[in-house]
Ligand binder design. Structure first.
Ligand SMILES: CC(C)(COP(=O)(O)OP(=O)(O)OC[C@H]1O[C@@H](n2cnc3c(N)ncnc32)[C@H](O)[C@@H]1OP(=O)(O)O)[C@@H](O)C(=O)NCCC(=O)NCCS
Length: 195
């Protein structure tokens, strides 16, 4: 299990099976809003499907391929953020995220994302972090833009969303640029528990 503090009352914790039911309730409460930009809503309808998802994230963590974490705010899960994959050979990763609609507009995801970039560079010594956003997803694009990522290019028709393709803007951040902009040090706020 990995737990990372962000600020008072806000932290990230890698997903656990006991959270599957709460996660499903959260997805159910946000279905139409999430479905606009995320491709997996129709594959995550039952508790069994959510358990399969959480199990896959536990495998990812145990294989040292990154992790998916819940964003906890005052004792409840308000969103998910995680590394899609981790390419050790290229020291590179890609981050994805979603937030409960009711908790938008407070900077939670920008802070969570900053924390995972710090973690990737500080703990794993990665060199490159990518965030890919659908071109029209203005709110999602705001996160890498606020954090100083560079828009590096457009992947045409990169993702199928139910009945249409969307182009992806690829944002990239390099460790050396992150250090200049944000500084990276071991902030001592991570707890890793191997189970
Ligand atoms: C993408 C998504 C996470 C963005 O949520 P968000 O609330 O806009 O992002 P943040 O939590 O970082 O909040 C940023 C907003 O809070 C404001 N804010 C307030 N306090 C802030 C702070 N301390 N730091 C940063 N921003 C702050 C910002 O100005 C911004 O508002 P604005 O867009 O009106 O300028 C959310 O819309 C979502 O989950 N969408 C559906 C799923 C999705 O699209 N996922 C991404 C797929 S690539």
């Amino acid at each position: 299990m990995v737990k990372i503090a962000i600020e008072d009352g806000l932290f990230l914790k890698s997903l656990e099976l006991r959270e599957a039911e709460d996660l499903l309730l959260l997805v159910d409460a946000n279905r139409p809003y999430l479905r606009e930009w995320l491709p997996w809503l129709d594959m995550t309808r039952s508790i069994d499907e959510m358990i399969l998802f959480v199990e896959s994230t536990l495998r990812q963590l145990s294989l040292n391929q990154g992790f998916q974490s819940a964003i906890w705010h005052q004792g409840q899960i308000v969103g998910i953020i995680g590394y899609h994959h981790l390419e050790w050979a290229n020291r590179s990763t890609c981050i994805g995220y979603w937030l409960d609609a009711r908790f938008q507009g407070r900077g939670f995801m920008t802070k969570a994302c900053r924390t995972l970039v710090d973690y990737a560079i500080d703990e794993w010594k990665l060199n490159r972090i990518e965030i890919r956003c659908a071109e029209g997803n203005v709110k999602s694009r705001g996160i890498p833009e606020r954090l100083g990522f560079r828009a590096e290019g457009l992947h045409r028709e990169a993702e199928w969303l139910y009945d249409h393709y969307v182009d992806h803007v690829v944002y990239g951040m390099l460790a050396k640029d992150w250090r200049v902009a944000h500084g990276v040090e071991n902030k001592g706020r991570t707890t890793t528990v191997h189970q």
